[in-house]
Write a protein that binds this ligand. Structure first.
Ligand code: PHE
Ligand code: FE
Length: 279
């Protein structure tokens, strides 16, 4: 059997080959981990902080997926599996629907600490794994996988992908009277973890499902708008416990919204001055 076929049969998963990381690669993880943990102090949701314990494994360096999965499995029944890079949408959804989180196994080079195009093992583990230990968020992620398979049939993938983007990757949450971070794309980024909470540039808007699914997003810079949820229960209620079929139909008739737009019906927490985009 050719290798391509073997990878495909296994849902594109490959062994992590943990023994093959070099000392330099482990050191990159340790540097990023220390720097980012310090940066996030007081800035993330409590659920993320609690979940960080899952990542504190028996030794420093890049976590071993098997050891990580063992811990997660006990807490919420999730596993982490390695993939070679981006996988087809259906494969991704199928894994999520079965409580498997797919992660890249490579780590960025020492000269790429601040910026990277593709998600590496630091983004995938540090950013995503802590919240997979939260029971409500863990259920949301699984339901999203099932919802993804359904969205394919409705031709609504682009809309559903925006929900993932503005929650799982770039979500903010209201907590103890202020805003906190929970999106993986923010918490794994040194620059954006400051920008998303403190900078006057971006909009911060109360989460509204239909609004989010209409909003385009940027992949080349920090976000111009962030959406704020009240708590994970509410997010799950508005998504997992809601039938999206009527929504998908309605969305076909509505225009997309630009990443920096503010609408009259938005509930604004902060109106961004968009200074960053004007630079
Ligand atoms: N409930 C959605 C549907 O009917 C699926 C979904 C679940 C989407 C959870 C996002 C998160 O398609
Ligand atoms: Fe991610």
């Amino acid at each position: 059997m050719c290798n391509y076929f073997r990878v495909k049969m296994s849902g594109w998963t490959i062994p992590q080959d943990w023994e093959r990381y070099s000392a330099e690669e482990h050191a990159v993880w340790d540097t990023l981990f220390a720097r980012q943990s310090r940066m996030l102090e007081g800035r993330t949701t409590q659920a993320f902080l609690r979940g960080m314990d899952v990542l504190r494994l028996s030794r420093p360096g890049i976590p071993n997926f098997a050891e990580l999965s063992e811990r997660l499995m006990e807490l919420t029944g999730w596993q982490v599996v390695a993939v070679p890079g981006l996988v087809p949408d259906e494969v991704f959804f199928e894994h999520l629907a079965n409580r498997r989180f797919v992660a890249g196994r490579f780590i960025r080079k020492p000269e790429q600490l601040d910026y990277l195009q593709e998600p590496d093992v630091f983004h995938d583990l540090f950013g995503h794994v802590p919240l997979l230990s939260d029971p409500v968020f863990a259920d949301y992620m699984q339901a999203y996988g099932k919802g993804g398979l359904r969205a394919v049939k409705f031709g609504a993938l682009e809309k559903l992908a925006r929900l993932y983007w503005y929650t799982v990757e770039f979500g903010l949450i209201r907590e103890s009277g202020g805003l906190k971070l929970y999106g993986a794309g923010i918490v794994s980024s040194f620059g954006e973890s400051l920008f998303a909470l403190d900078d006057p540039s971006p909009n911060r808007i109360v989460f509204n499902l239909e609004r989010v699914m209409r909003t385009r997003y940027r992949i080349d810079d920090y976000q111009q708008s962030y959406f704020v949820i009240d708590d994970f229960e509410d997010l799950r209620h508005q998504t997992a416990d809601t039938d999206f079929a009527p929504l998908y139909l309605r969305l076909e008739m509505l225009d997309d919204i630009a990443p920096d737009a503010v609408l009259p019906e938005d509930v604004l927490i902060h109106r961004g001055n968009q200074a960053r985009a004007k630079d």
